[in-house]
Design a protein around this ligand. Structure first.
Ligand SMILES: Nc1ncnc2c1ncn2[C@@H]1O[C@H](COP(=O)(O)OP(=O)(O)OP(=O)(O)O)[C@@H](O)[C@H]1O
Ligand SMILES: [Mg+2]
Length: 391
């Protein structure tokens, strides 16, 4: 299952933008304020809309007037094309308008592309709380079978039909799409929050800011030892000087991480280990999570990490994506970009207050230079990603 494209209308600085042919690993570059975090927030918005409802997703972002592109009245549109596990391309389209001061679902459609037989199937087609949903979804694609539809009125027009219609619980494509969006996760790691504290606690998955790293490490150590050992092994391969990482339970049941430096006899406890060491450890904990996120965004992973290590980190992200996730990364680092392929890079250009999305692999000059052996990060630094300033 993979997202193939994303189209955005009137969502903050994305008045009209599209990301096509999304690979499993996408790296987004662009100047400060060009929309990298906003791009990730589009998925967070969908998640909030799905987990709660559209009204609260809009309210959390300052209200409709604040969210809609400046100077526009709407609707705000998000269209996601995804390939479901059966291999078919599906489109989910959501449009949000404002009516009498409240956000409403102006249109919600889930459809399959026109198949070999007849009309495209709109599995879900709703507007402002009313619409139709298909009743014979399992028959899709069978020769001569027409879609059968039933009309519905949603109890709450702010709830998405793909959530509100009970009948779709069993419908694989809806379940898959919901699973994808509901498990969207943004990692915005902050070393100051994450420096492992000695506090006891319980957590299975790394939080957005990484402040529960010690607890997750303890969970992995106690319940997923194989994973934990794998993290430690990669850690000792990636971080020079770290020859071994130990997790030592204390008498009162807490876990103390100890990083062994090959040059010294006594290990350093996590509190006194370098920022980069902690950060790399946190990313490995995130990436080797036994229940990986099918959709993961990582904000600026480069801070605190040694340039050489960034290449390896790209490789770790790519591996994660290969194992079945889909990853989006924002970066300001040419070194990080040097580890990526041109097809993985999107760059954002803001003009007149609105942002458009460029794809590095569609730029002839960049393609030729990379073919001749230049590295993407170096080309970015030279200003060849027009409109996307490198730091
Ligand atoms: N409704 C809106 N219409 C137009 N532009 C908006 C709207 N809301 C916010 N913006 C713009 O979007 C910008 C936020 O961009 P964002 O945080 O996504 O940038 P970024 O690329 O993540 O930057 P950084 O590199 O600093 O993290 C704001 O600074 C503002 O200029
Ligand atoms: Mg940002």
């Amino acid at each position: 299952m993979q997202i193939e494209s994303l189209e955005i209308q009137n969502y903050r600085l994305f008045r009209s933008a599209e990301l096509k042919d999304l690979p499993r690993l996408s790296v987004v570059v662009g100047a400060n304020g060009s929309g990298k975090s906003t791009l990730f927030d589009v998925f967070s918005f969908l998640k909030d809309a799905l987990v709660q409802n559209v009204a609260s997703a809009v309210a959390r972002r300052g209200g409709f007037r604040e969210l809609v592109s400046r100077g526009e009245t709407g609707p705000i549109g998000i269209t996601v094309k995804f390939r479901e596990s059966g291999g078919r391309l599906a489109t989910y389209q959501l449009e949000i308008a404002e009516e009498a001061g409240r956000p409403v679902v102006d249109r919600e459609i889930l459809k399959f592309r026109r198949g070999r037989y007849g009309q495209p199937w709109h599995f879900v087609d709703f507007s402002r709380g009313k619409g139709t949903a298909i009743t014979n979804e399992a028959a899709y694609g069978q020769e001569g079978v027409e879609a059968e539809r039933k009309e519905h009125v949603l109890d709450d027009p702010s709830v998405l039909a793909i959530k509100g219609l009970g009948q779709f619980k069993e419908f694989r494509v809806v379940a898959e799409f919901r699973g994808l969006i509901e498990n969207w996760h943004v990692s915005d790691f902050h070393i100051a929050d994450a420096r492992p504290s000695a506090e006891a606690g319980y957590a299975e998955h790394l939080s957005t800011r990484g402040d529960n790293i010690a607890q997750v490490a303890q969970y992995l150590y106690e319940n997923e030892r194989e994973r934990f050992d794998r993290v430690l092994q990669v850690m000792s391969e990636r971080v020079p000087g770290v020859s071994r990482v130990e997790a030592k339970p204390t008498e009162d049941g807490r876990l103390v991480l100890r990083f062994q430096d090959g040059s010294f006899q006594d290990p350093f406890i996590a509190r006194y280990v370098s920022d980069g060491t902690i950060k790399m450890f946190a990313y490995l904990v995130l990436l080797y999570d036994p229940k990986p996120h099918p959709l993961l965004a990582v904000e600026e992973p480069e801070n605190q990490l040694y340039p050489e290590l960034l290449h390896e980190l790209v490789e770790e992200f790519r591996d994660y994506a290969r194992r079945g996730g889909q990853v989006f990364i924002s970066t300001h680092s040419p070194d990080f970009l040097n580890g990526t392929k041109l097809e993985e890079i999107y760059w954002l250009v803001k003009k007149g207050g609105f942002t458009s999305v460029q794809r590095a692999s569609e730029n002839e000059l960049l393609k030729n230079l990379v073919a001749e052996g230049d590295q993407p990060g170096a080309l970015w630094k030279q200003g060849l990603f027009e409109g996307a300033g490198a730091r």
